[in-house]
Design a protein. Structure first.
Ligand SMILES: [Ca+2]
Ligand SMILES: [Ca+2]
Ligand SMILES: [Ca+2]
Ligand SMILES: [Ca+2]
Length: 199
């Protein structure tokens, strides 16, 4: 009787070899992909200095489209450092290519350490909550990047930073203010940009 060309042992041996080759292929492919990611990750990221912006003692900055022209502008929080420097906060407008010009506004005269941008009054433009050494202030945007003082004087602490988030899930941005050497304060927004402490 003629023996089959491939017996069971041969088939098992060849299957094992095939599996080894498949896994070797997968491993090689994975190595190449990981190698590619490594190559991307090690590509140097180079920043180029293009512009000096203002000459104040600045402690904080937030970026957002303040004048609704689809580019990111800057709201800068300043403190009084030397008499030659202004401590008023500044709004710098982007020309769309990353070049900033002074909007000409001088917003407040307190020592400001931080600013957070968000639509605090629900009219679709970005307003500003400024953390000061003293009372915190809220600045309302007219939609063109021009800000006016809401008149609120929130707390009297040495506030160093502020974050905006809807902490009580009512659809309105609230403010978490971090104070230096004093208790931090949570301010709840009534939806019109008016804040009260919690609870
Ligand atoms: Ca803009
Ligand atoms: Ca607004
Ligand atoms: Ca507004
Ligand atoms: Ca809220």
């Amino acid at each position: 009787m003629k023996r089959p060309f491939l017996n069971l042992t041969t088939i098992l041996f060849m299957s094992t070899i095939a599996l080894v080759l498949v896994f070797a292929s997968l491993e090689t492919q994975a190595y190449v992909e990981i190698g590619s990611e490594t190559a991307v990750a090690t590509t140097p990221i180079i920043f180029t200095r293009t512009q000096t912006i203002g000459q104040s003692a600045s402690y904080g900055v937030a970026l957002g489209d303040l004048d609704n022209d689809n580019d990111l502008d800057a709201f800068v929080a300043n403190v009084l450092f030397e008499t030659a420097l202004s401590n008023t906060n500044k709004v710098w407008l982007n020309n769309g290519s990353g070049q900033f010009t002074d909007s000409g506004q001088s917003l407040g005269s307190m020592d400001s350490y931080a600013v957070a941008l968000g639509d605090l009054d629900g009219d679709k433009d970005l307003d500003a909550f400024v953390a000061n050494d003293g009372e915190n202030t809220v600045w309302v945007n007219d939609g063109q990047g021009n800000f006016s003082d809401s008149g609120q004087k929130l707390g009297a602490n040495n506030s160093h930073t502020v974050l905006l988030a809807d902490v009580n899930q009512d659809g309105r941005l609230d403010a978490y203010v971090a104070n230096y050497g004093q208790a931090n304060v949570l301010w709840l927004n009534d939806g019109t940009g008016q804040f009260r402490t919690y609870p």
